[in-house]
Design a protein around this ligand. Structure first.
Ligand SMILES: O=P(O)(O)OC[C@H]1O[C@H](O[C@H]2O[C@H](CO)[C@@H](O)[C@H](O)[C@H]2O)[C@H](O)[C@@H](O)[C@@H]1O
Length: 564
């Protein structure tokens, strides 16, 4: 079996991927229709966002029944067919397990609210303090993290929406129920799982006010988290060879992520962390407008790449997902340098140490939504924060500008398969408007001679071919450079120098400086040394390489005296 380190995972936000039945919403049968496209891209596994029965207040991250498929996504037969058809093409399906909370429409929560003590202990109910909730913790979607229970002095905890009640992992029976869920889906033939905000499942023994923050320091990477993950693995996927698991780790640390992903710990295959995607938050506040802090982005990549490597941890590599604005609009240029910057971003992340994730549409440079009115948004977090910012006195035009930059709906607009009215996504009105851009689609990109799609294909193929990409060491060079993220990967006598210009300005790279810093000599590199590039040619004079707007390339050298 191919090593995990050679694999690339493609994320599908099902509701926006492909509508097979003309109801304006993507569905499982739509994914099956696109399997050949995904095979052509070269992805190994497809991670599907939750497809289970849900009231859809958070688009499926509020599960009401872990064993049934939501009718808006199709049927169990549709999923079984997808798994089988994917397998025939050498693709594996990964499912998304939301185990920090359930929907308040889940049968367990209904029974809890009806007073059944068994199910009440599946959740976190606490008495209020007079008119005040049990603690001052803030929900990640805004407002208090506690919802009062009508006719009682109790509240239940919800770290997200009030319709997403947090589960009590202290309860052994609850844990066993969740293990059964995982085993049920393993039997269906999936190859792995993504676990939603799984580092939030272990809550503290006592609940107290947070006078320093919003409460997250008490429940993030909580006291029993490693015990719970080991128990989960040992009772489910850990019993099967080669299953792939990734934990979404909210506001986590390198130390914790090493433990989650070091193979000796037997917890998960890898982790998502989000620190590099907060470099455009003003003082940690997402709902602000700020140019991204390039030097901070670079520092975070350096810290995480080396921190994880030093302790044999393994991380997911990504800029995009269904909670993030589109990277080409955020860190690149979605107009003049659309192709150059989309390819540069791809190279910059795919050649790092870890497992690359491609989020639907990223492979042909889908940009942000550019909505103009609040009525166009559907995301619960965006709508909540629209109201919060309004009540804080922010003018509507400014709120809309913030949402245009930060809303999760930026990443959720339906895939632009072609340039027709329904963009090849639907024959009906889509559930969320299409991004307000023209000339960008999978069809037109693939038809062009210098497509972004072919660049992604090449990156995926290179990872399979070169062990230095899948398994080499990582070292950043030229840390002080304010335009370039350059790094070196090494394995045996092979070295790779990866250079990425994050700006429209032309700049230069001094290869003798790289030699001084690393003992690796790339000065004799020629056109033949270029493994991948978004401009095609190298502009080199002596030891200097001129780096054009958003230029990016990787230089390969083999040297038996290599210092790595
Ligand atoms: O920003 P962080 O504190 O590092 O958290 C990471 C992400 O966590 C949340 O995402 C996931 O859980 C939500 C509730 O199930 C769900 O709405 C979301 O789609 C999941 O991916 C949070 O919503 C994200 O904004 C954070 O990026």
């Amino acid at each position: 079996m191919e090593s995990l380190k050679k694999k690339v995972i493609y994320q599908i936000y099902v509701k926006s991927f492909m509508d097979s039945n003309g109801d304006g919403k993507g569905d499982i049968a739509g994914i099956t229709m696109k399997l050949d496209y995904l095979k052509r891209l070269g992805a190994d596994c497809l991670w599907l966002t939750p497809v289970f029965v849900s009231p859809m207040n958070d688009n499926g991250y509020d599960v009401a029944d872990y064993y049934r498929i939501d009718p808006s996504f199709g049927t169990m037969e549709d999923l079984e067919l997808l798994i089988a058809e994917a397998k025939m093409r050498g693709l594996g399906i990964m499912l998304d397990m939301v185990f920090n909370h359930t929907s308040t429409e889940h049968e367990w929560f209904r029974k809890a609210m009806a007073g059944d003590p068994k199910y009440k202990d599946y959740y976190i109910f606490r008495k209020g303090r007079g008119a005040l909730p049990p603690t001052n913790w803030v929900s990640k979607f805004g407002g208090s993290a506690w919802e009062p229970v009508d006719g009682s002095d109790e509240y239940y905890l919800h770290l997200f929406d009030r319709t997403q009640a947090d589960l009590n992992w202290e309860n052994k029976d609850l844990r066993k129920e969740l293990f059964d869920v995982v085993n049920f889906w393993i039997k269906k033939g999936v190859v792995g799982f993504r676990f939603d905000v799984v580092n939030l499942i272990s809550k503290p023994e006592t609940f107290e006010d947070d006078h320093l923050g919003d409460g997250r320091r008490f429940y993030t990477d909580g006291p029993r988290i490693h015990e719970y993950l080991k128990e989960l693995a040992g009772n489910t996927f850990g019993r099967h060879q080669g299953m792939i698991t990734v934990g979404e780790m909210s506001s986590t640390s390198i130390g914790s992520c090493v433990r989650y992903s070091n193979p000796l710990e037997e917890e998960l295959s890898m982790v998502f962390n989000f620190h590099h995607l907060k470099v455009d938050y003003e003082a940690g506040d997402k709902w602000t407008l700020k140019e991204f802090d390039f030097m901070e982005l670079k520092r975070i990549f350096n810290d995480w790449q080396t921190g994880m490597e030093n302790e044999d941890g393994w991380m997911a590599l990504f800029y995009n997902n269904h909670d993030q604005p589109r990277s080409v609009s955020r860190f690149g240029s979605d107009t003049r340098y659309h192709k150059e910057s989309a390819k540069m971003l791809a190279t910059s992340i795919h050649l790092m140490r870890g497992t690359p994730y491609i989020y639907q549409g990223e492979e042909f440079g889908m940009p942000n939504a550019y909505f103009e009115d609040i009525s166009e948004y559907r995301d619960v977090e965006s709508i909540n924060y629209h109201d919060i910012l309004k009540s804080n006195g922010m003018p509507e035009a400014e709120i809309l500008e913030v949402l245009r930059a930060k809303s999760r709906d930026n990443g959720r607009t339906p895939v632009l398969w072609d340039d027709s009215d329904g963009h090849g996504f639907t024959s009906e009105v889509p559930w969320l408007p299409f991004a307000k851009v023209s000339g960008i689609s999978a069809e037109s990109d693939i038809a062009s001679t210098d497509s972004i799609f072919s660049h992604y294909r090449k990156l995926i193929a290179l990872r399979k071919e070169y062990d230095v990409i899948s398994d080499g060491t990582f070292r950043m060079t030229d840390m002080e450079n304010s335009h370039l993220i350059s790094y070196i990967r090494c394995k045996g006598n092979v070295s790779l120098l990866v250079v990425n210009n994050f700006y429209e300005d032309e700049t230069a790279l001094d290869l003798s400086k790289v030699l001084d810093e690393t003992d690796l000599d790339f000065r004799k590199c020629t056109q033949e040394s270029v493994l991948i590039s978004n401009y095609g040619d190298l502009t080199k004079s002596d030891d200097m390489i001129i780096i054009r707007p958003y230029e990016s390339f990787a230089l390969y050298v083999e040297d038996k005296h290599s210092a790595c």
